[in-house]
Design a binder for this molecule. Structure first.
Ligand SMILES: Nc1ncnc2c1ncn2[C@@H]1O[C@H](COP(=O)(O)OP(=O)(O)O)[C@@H](O)[C@H]1O
Ligand SMILES: Cc1ncsc1CCOP(=O)(O)O
Ligand SMILES: [Mg+2]
Length: 307
């Protein structure tokens, strides 16, 4: 792959640190407080590998969880769920029809949902499922860089005249790309998703050593976390589930920022106490529980804007 394909074509303003009194920090703190105060339900259709960690992380963050794989059940639950989480990590033959029904139902009702496009680009069935979401898209996408690049290519969002169309290469559940190489893809996905929502809001969160969150206009970069997060399975999936928990009480950008920042602070606290991946997972859940709204909102945050 050419190095040039990793150079973002969207023009960015100069990055600046988000000030202590910037309104986005109060929105983030309020979202964290609201989840703790209201214990919102975010229901999940998620993979078999990490389903338990997703539920436990949602509970530790202050929300509640409900897991299901039946379209009828998921659609009925959306009446009492503030937002949903859909993760395509492990697929079964009936999922294509179920997820198509679910996405159309959410689109018609305006129900908010988070998509985690795990292993995007692998297999015709997963590709068919993810491609079908293009016209009934989620409210937030949370994935690693390779997944975001693959989904953008799948949805054909790059202008045919542009030469910056995402170049994809096979990746499993782990990323083989740097976060910033997914900037253009993330911006295009966020703009596309926003154009399909009545209130025009959407966000894309790209996880990695420095997370990137964008609504297609502003781009936030969030340093921190722990390399041990890549040594347990489900750090990404549970981050997606917690993003849905915050989406139940907040707008897409605030929800994506709050969840990613909570994970960075909790990952650092867990690393300080852990002796390896096993105890890290336990300490991560404890830290999701103990990290305060002020610690989340007081995190280092950089912002640029794109055009
Ligand atoms: N090298 C790293 N250093 C610090 N934090 C990381 C690193 N890689 C991933 N993370 C964190 O781990 C969590 C899961 O991200 P990631 O591993 O990219 O997801 P996935 O498991 O879906 O590939 C995120 O909170 C992210 O910030
Ligand atoms: C290992 C694995 N295989 C299919 S889904 C899955 C879990 C991926 O979890 P995460 O993306 O959070 O690392
Ligand atoms: Mg993942």
């Amino acid at each position: 792959m050419s190095e040039l394909s990793h150079i973002a074509s969207h023009v960015q303003s100069v990055a600046s640190a988000v000030a202590a009194d910037d309104p986005i920090r109060e929105s983030i703190a309020q979202a964290v407080r609201d989840v703790k105060a209201t214990t919102p339900l975010a229901a999940s259709f998620t993979n078999f590998v990490t389903i338990n960690l997703v539920a436990n992380a949602q509970l530790a963050s202050g929300g509640t969880a409900a897991m299901s794989f039946l379209a009828d059940d998921v659609i009925a639950t959306s009446a009492i769920s503030g937002a949903d989480y859909v993760n395509v990590g492990t697929l079964l033959p009936f999922y294509r029809e179920a997820l198509d029904r679910i996405a159309h139902a959410f689109h018609e009702s305006g129900h908010k949902w988070v998509l985690d496009p795990v292993a995007a680009g692998i297999g015709t069935e997963r590709t068919a499922i993810l491609t079908a979401f293009r016209d009934v898209p989620p409210t937030v996408i949370r994935g690693n860089a390779s997944e975001i690049i693959a989904l953008d290519a799948m949805w054909g969002l790059a202008d045919a005249a542009d030469d910056d169309a995402a170049v994809t290469r096979p990746a499993g559940v782990e990323s083989v790309d740097e976060v910033d190489s997914a900037l253009d893809a993330a911006v295009r996905l966020a703009r596309h998703m926003a154009s399909h929502r009545a209130d025009g809001t959407a966000a894309v969160a790209v996880s990695g050593a420095v997370d990137l969150v964008t609504d297609g206009r502003d781009v936030y970069r969030l340093p921190g976390g722990s390399a041990l997060m890549t040594k347990i399975t489900g750090a990404g999936c549970s981050l997606g589930g917690v993003t849905a928990t915050y989406l139940a009480v907040a707008d897409p950008m605030t929800a994506a920022l709050a969840a990613s920042l909570l994970y960075n602070r909790a990952g650092e606290a867990a690393e300080a106490r852990a002796e390896g991946p096993g105890s890290f997972q336990t300490h991560l859940l404890d830290a999701l529980w103990t990290t305060t709204p002020e610690q989340v909102a007081g995190s280092p945050i950089d912002r640029t804007s794109v055009r």
